[in-house]
Design a protein around this ligand. Sequence first.
Ligand SMILES: [Zn+2]
Length: 208
Amino acid sequence: MKKIIKRIAILVLFLIIIDIILSKPKKVIPKNIKSEVEVALEHFPELKNIPIEFKFKKNIEKSVMQAQPTFKGLFKSKENRSYRILISEKFKITGEEYSTTSVPKDVLIGWIGHELGHVMDYQNRSGLNLVAFGFRYAFLKEYVKKAERAADSFAVLRGMADYIIKTKRFILDHADIDPLYKERIKEYYLSPDEIMEMVKEKKEMAQN
Ligand SMILES: [Zn+2]
């Protein structure tokens, strides 16, 4: 009898070890932005078990970061989807290139929070809807505006208003940042005033 129990114990231990080896980490985060990503993630408990890989890329056209569903996860159920958040290694200020990780910590946290807002938005959509989303985002300006404002809103309603405002201010108040990028931020995203208004409304709703 003792022998059987011992064998079962060994088998269970073996299975646990195999499970640990085979289970993929839920988040892949480069070391140099780990603390910033963790602060942003704390605001999104719903994403705790969703695999997200944060990955640096040499250059991203028209933006600094980009959240996207992975292709293989697109047709899986929502709980089994995975995402990638691409981060441009550099961004331009008046023609000169700056390292993205050199921006103030809170600005970076706000930037990451906005991308996690996109992931929240994606999690509310079916796979087919996400494919349609991709096409509309690529071709319709109004749709870009809707998607960017939704991502901002998710982050603000999750308590990230201060970080999101710092990110906007950093871009809008930085005299040397590419004016085209500034225009894009003004046209498609929530403005600092709109964010403050949203926070006020949220507070009032909580009080009533
Ligand atoms: Zn965005």
